[in-house]
Design a protein around this ligand. Structure first.
Ligand SMILES: Cc1cc2nc3c(=O)[nH]c(=O)nc-3n(C[C@H](O)[C@H](O)[C@H](O)COP(=O)(O)O)c2cc1C
Length: 198
C-alpha cells in the first residue's frame, strides 16, 4: 500500500512515496543497502563540516543484542517499532571538534543527514519511521554514549509491511489511515513575516 502525498507542486518520486509506516515486513535489509543509506547520510552538509551525526544500528537478523538494546528504550506507544527489521539511533555531537564550543547546529545537521538517508531509502523501496518516543537517558547509559553526544531520534527501518503484522487494533488503524495533511505553502514561505511569498 501507499499513502497519498497530496503535493500541490511537483516533487521527486522518492519524496512522494515516503511516509512513516507502523508495520514493516520482517524481510531483512541487505547490508549493502544499509551501507548505501549511511553513505547518503555521510555526504550530507554540516556546519563547519563537523559531521556531528553518529548512528547506532541494530540489525535484527544479525545483531539481535544491539537491536534489543535499542528496542528496550522505546516508549510503550512505539512498541510496533520492535517488529521492524532494523532500528537506528541517531546521535548528535554537541560541540565542535575545532574549538570545543557548543555546536548549535548539531541537531539540525543530524536531521538533515537523516533526511538524506530517508530519500536514499525511499529510492530503494525502504521506509523509515522516526521516533522521539524513546528513553534517551537510557540509550545514553546502555550504550555508554559520552556526555558530549546526545541521542536525537530512534528510527525504525524496513520494507513496508501489512497492518495485519501488528498486534494492536489502534496501531493497525494508524498504519492504514490514508490521511496525511500538511500546512499550505502560504503558511510556511514568506516574503515578510507571515506574508506569503507566493
Ligand atoms: C523527530 C520526530 C519524532 C517523531 N516521533 C514519533 C514517535 O515517537 N512516534 C510515532 O509514531 N511517530 C513519530 N514521528 C513520526 C511523525 O508523527 C510523522 O512523520 C508525521 O506524522 C508525518 O507523517 P508522515 O511521515 O507519514 O508524512 C516522529 C517524527 C519525527 C521527525
Amino acid at each position: 500500500m501507499g499513502k497519498p502525498t497530496l503535493n500541490d507542486h511537483t516533487i521527486l518520486e522518492p519524496l512522494r512515496q515516503r511516509w512513516s509506516p507502523l508495520a514493516f515486513d520482517p524481510k531483512p535489509v541487505p547490508a549493502e543497502t544499509l551501507l548505501s543509506l549511511f553513505e547518503a547520510a555521510r555526504w550530507s552538509a554540516s556546519c563547519f563540516g563537523e559531521q556531528p551525526w553518529r548512528f547506532i544500528v541494530g540489525v535484527k537478523a544479525n545483531d539481535l543484542a544491539t537491536f534489543e538494546k535499542l528496542a528496550s528504550t522505546l516508549v510503550p506507544g512505539n512498541s510496533w517499532a520492535s517488529k521492524a527489521p532494523v532500528l537506528i539511533l541517531g546521535v548528535a555531537k554537541k560541540t565542535f571538534a575545532h574549538n570545543g564550543s557548543e555546536n548549535r547546529f548539531a541537531s539540525y545537521d543530524v536531521g538533515q543527514a537523516v533526511g538524506q538517508l530517508t530519500v536514499q531509502a525511499a529510492a530503494a523501496d525502504l521506509y523509515l519511521h522516526q521516533m522521539g518516543g524513546f528513553d534517551a537517558a537510557k540509550a545514553q547509559e546502555i550504550f555508554a554514549i559520552p556526555d558530549d553526544f546526545a541521542p536525537q531520534a530512534l528510527i525504525a527501518l524496513g520494507y513496508l509491511g501489512e497492518a495485519e503484522l501488528l498486534g494492536d487494533e489502534g496501531q493497525k488503524a494508524r498504519h492504514n489511515n490514508p490521511a496525511r495533511a500538511r500546512k499550505p505553502l502560504s503558511e510556511l514561505v514568506f516574503s515578510e513575516w507571515e506574508t506569503p511569498a507566493f
